[in-house]
Design a protein around this ligand. Structure first.
Ligand SMILES: [Zn+2]
Length: 264
């Protein structure tokens, strides 16, 4: 089986950090070689870079401000992201986008922080790591305007409907699939949509410590998701696409290497 690469893991989260050596060892045992640590705020992005320095062969990161933290964007944020992104371990700008589900930051702040980060990705010629929830229409409007100048982008943790998927494919986005697909109720629509994603645009992620796959058995007592469960997500996606897990693993690995410009 090819090396699995988890393209979205919140490794700076306390739930994973407190047993980092164990998390990394279990991931390796499950075939998960490299991981992309998600940067969700300036502080977390800096911590992600420090983790990459501690695990140089296994971790790279993104650098950005999540829509929940969009109100933290200020006059210095772009410079701070620019400085962090000079580190070769930073392989994408984000996590950024729009999340109108809870509006932890007001929608206009989210739009502003998103557009600034899109412009940074263009300026630095880095791919964009995007998050969208309950904000599809506005998100696509903004994205469409900038898309020709963005090198590559992924809509991570895709859980939306068929029309949204078609919009993203039209904009030539990569699609990140998580263990949401393992949910026998909430994941039904995603199970039907996953065969429509072109093989060369599919990426896999755990979004750990969130989104523990619901059909894991036995379920870990901690209820904490971790990168080791990526193999389980791969098997589920392969089943719904009627492909072999081995073939899918090889394809998704190629996609991940290409998207994040990782060495083979
Ligand atoms: Zn997200």
């Amino acid at each position: 089986m090819s090396e699995l690469i988890d393209i979205g893991v919140n490794l700076t989260n306390k739930a994973l950090l407190r047993d980092l050596d164990g998390v990394m060892a279990r991931a390796a045992d499950a075939g998960v070689g490299r991981m992309v640590v998600t940067g969700t705020s300036l502080e977390e992005s800096q911590k992600a870079i420090e983790l990459c320095a501690a695990w140089p062969g296994r971790l790279v990161s993104t650098c950005g401000i999540h829509p929940h933290h969009a109100s933290e964007w200020d006059a210095h944020s772009a410079d701070r992201i620019r400085a962090m992104a000079a580190n070769p371990c930073v392989r994408a700008i984000g996590e950024t986008g729009l999340d109108f589900n809870r509006n932890y930051s007001p929608p206009l702040d989210q739009e502003q922080a998103f557009v600034h980060q899109v412009e940074l990705a263009i300026e630095l010629d880095l791919p964009l790591f995007c998050h969208q929830r309950d904000a599809h229409t506005r998100f696509v409007e903004l994205l469409a305007e900038y898309r020709p100048r963005i090198r590559r982008l992924v809509v991570h943790c895709f859980t939306d409907n068929r029309a949204a998927l078609m919009d993203y494919l039209e904009l030539d986005c990569y699609i990140g699939i998580t263990g949401w697909i393992c949910d026998e109720r909430r994941g039904l629509e995603l199970q039907q949509l996953v065969p429509l994603i072109p093989a060369e645009r599919l990426l896999l992620e755990t979004d750990a410590p969130y989104l523990l796959p619901r059909n894991l058995s036995p379920k870990p007592a901690s209820r904490t998701n971790e990168p080791a469960h990526l193999a389980h997500i791969l098997a589920e996606v392969a089943r719904h696409r009627a492909e072999s897990a081995a073939a899918l693993a090889a394809q998704v690995r190629r996609n991940s290497l290409e998207f994040f410009a990782l060495a083979t």
